[in-house]
Write a protein that binds this ligand. Structure first.
Ligand code: PAF
Length: 276
């Protein structure tokens, strides 16, 4: 496994490859959700690059950038075991040298849900992902369905800018309580972690109510909210039932819908979703 934190070295390594690699972009502190992306990419590509970069520009000023969990040594051990060919883990100054001032803005999709709650978040995500794509020039890149809106935004950017990269979106990996795996779960106390299981339960409730014939989105959202409110440690940020393509809110569910939510468990903000 080759490791570099320098863009020029990475470009040298990339140029020595005979075909475009697969890419799994991460912010590190790897868990089984990342591993499912890495293993799928490993199966499909002769050469596999994993990037580890905690991107300062996708965190708001009051968010957890400075506390975001990191453990590069542990991540590198894991990536070695997964047979990853190249790891790129640049420092912020490498990606954003002094004077950096070019940004990527994807339109309407980024103003909804996470984009509404976290202004500027997707500008940071799209900019760093475009930079990683330009540096690594992958044939395919792999993202998790847990960040459904992120995957849509990146797919939109790739389509609109004719980037010719295949975007693969793989299912959310969950623990035995149903909690979606996230590096941020490390912030949760045992009590908070138990409480956080209500998020997936509320998504399952949405699915059950829809299967039972309820198609009024606001009725389903109300029942989800009521269930989440039964757990005093959890505060809902938003619950949405939206078109899985445009993220426009649905009044009536007449086809596939993305049920998504964000909630605070103490100081930790978690997101989750399912498709119904
Ligand atoms: O999902 C993530 O880990 C990050 O948002 C990404 C895609 C690596 C961009 O920083």
């Amino acid at each position: 496994m080759k490791f570099t934190n320098e863009i020029n070295k990475l470009i040298g390594l990339r140029n020595s490859l005979t075909e475009p690699p697969g890419l799994v972009p991460t912010m590190g502190y790897l868990h089984d959700g990342h591993l499912s992306l890495i293993r799928e990419a490993r199966k499909r590509h002769r050469m596999l690059v994993v990037s580890i970069f905690v991107n300062p520009h996708q965190f708001g000023p009051k968010e957890d950038y400075h506390n975001y969990p990191q453990n590069l040594e542990r991540d590198l051990d894991i990536l070695k075991q997964e047979n990853v060919d190249i790891v790129f883990a640049p420092a912020p100054e490498e990606i954003y040298p002094e004077g950096f001032d070019t940004w990527v803005e994807v339109g309407d999709l980024t103003r909804r849900l996470e984009g509404f709650s976290r202004p500027g978040h997707f500008k940071g995500v799209a900019t760093v992902v475009l930079k990683l794509f330009n540096i690594i020039r992958p044939g395919s890149a792999y993202f998790g369905q847990k960040d459904a809106q992120q995957a849509l935004v990146i797919q939109k950017m790739v389509t609109d800018l004719n980037m010719g990269i295949d975007i693969h979106v793989l299912p959310t990996v969950r623990d035995s309580s149903g909690l979606a795996l996230s590096s941020r779960n490390v912030y949760l106390s045992v009590k908070e972690k138990n409480a956080a299981a209500i998020l997936k339960k509320s998504l399952d409730l949405a699915s059950e109510r829809y299967q039972a014939g309820e198609i009024d989105a606001s009725v389903i959202k109300d029942s989800m909210l009521e269930l989440i409110q039964s757990e005093p440690l959890v505060k809902t940020d938003y619950i949405s039932i939206a078109s899985p393509q445009t993220l426009h809110e649905l009044e009536t569910i007449s086809g596939p819908a993305l049920v998504s939510l964000a909630a605070w468990i103490g100081k930790t903000r978690l997101i989750d979703n399912i498709l119904i």
